[in-house]
Design a protein around this ligand. Structure first.
Ligand code: SAM
Length: 286
């Protein structure tokens, strides 16, 4: 199948880049160019992409706060034979964005839906995580409501497969702490700024990740890849069984500055930085 003309009265779900503009596919460009209308979650961001691609197709907004009224409007247009391309603000539509509802409406109305696949942050992160990819579950964003967040975490506590979470930077430290508190210590890979200039894969245990962000501010976009419940959960932080110097070395080895490492050790042991320093000197003098 190549270079086909678009079908009338069809919704095309078009994936767009999650950072690197070269990640648009040839088919996505053609679909965006040939559609009658593009429905976009973030019209400003999509307008910039269309401008870059020199595409002049009319653009309309379809986002969380107008999805009900706009959904009906788009269904009417589809019924009238128009071809619509749906794009998310980045990545694959209908993954953690309102596209899901429009697809449900189409399915209910018997309107054809066609995927135009491409980038998605979840899969890009998973494949680089080094954690098992054979079986995994996509958990999306944890709710900010205390009750549903607690229920979600309790529900996945014994989940044996790799889990994928989306998270905003300003909520990251709370999420890491909640995951640690409910699920225990286990491996996590923080996949940051995928396909962008400062792309980074931080391979930690949850306790290391918490310590790392005690002395740093989370920045950029994150996908978290978390190990399933296959590891033995330590009753307490095993790092506290090391000598103070070994404990500090553990953190400098994963990239913390000596001062940051001392701060992280103090946090792990529930003591002051002054006490860490004193204990370090005492070990040296032994
Ligand atoms: N539909 C999108 C997809 O296919 O990945 C996801 C939309 S969701 C509203 C946005 C979340 O995806 C962000 O908060 C972040 O967790 C993740 N994300 C998107 N782009 C990313 C990137 N370049 N690097 C890391 N995470 C990203």
């Amino acid at each position: 199948m190549s270079e086909q003309t678009l079908e009338k009265g069809t919704l095309y779900l078009v994936a767009t880049p999650i950072g690197n503009l070269e990640d648009i596919t040839l088919r996505a460009i053609r679909t965006l160019r040939d559609a009658d209308l593009i429905a976009a979650e973030d019209t400003r961001r999509t307008a910039a992409l269309l401008n870059h691609l020199d595409i002049k197709t009319p653009l309309t907004s379809y986002f969380q706060h107008n999805e009900k009224s706009k959904g009906e409007f788009l269904i009417e247009k589809l019924r009238a034979g128009e071809t619509i391309a749906l794009v998310s603000d980045a990545g694959t539509p209908a993954i953690s964005d309102p596209g899901e509802d429009l697809v449900r409406l189409c399915a209910e109305a018997g309107i054809p839906v066609v995927p135009v696949p491409g980038a998605t942050a979840a899969i890009s992160a998973l494949i680089c995580s080094g954690l098992p990819t054979g079986r995994f579950s996509f958990e999306g964003f944890l709710s900010m409501s205390k009750k549903s967040r607690k229920e979600h975490l309790a529900n996945i506590k014994n989940h044996p497969y790799t889990m994928i979470f989306y998270e905003a930077p300003h909520k990251l430290t709370r999420t890491l702490q909640d995951l640690y508190d409910v699920l225990g210590d286990r491996r996590i890979v923080l996949c940051r700024e995928l396909t962008k200039r400062y792309e980074e894969f931080l391979r930690f245990t949850l306790s290391e990740a918490i310590a790392y962000y005690k002395v740093r501010e989370p920045k950029g976009e994150y996908v978290l890849i978390l190990d399933g419940a296959t590891e033995i959960e330590p009753e307490e932080n095993e790092l506290n069984n090391l000598t103070i110097s070994e404990h500090i070395k553990h953190y400098t080895d994963i990239g913390l500055e000596p001062k940051e490492a001392q701060k992280a050790v103090a946090a792990d042991r529930g003591i002051t930085k002054r006490e860490v320093y004193a204990a370090m000197l005492a070990e040296k003098n032994d």
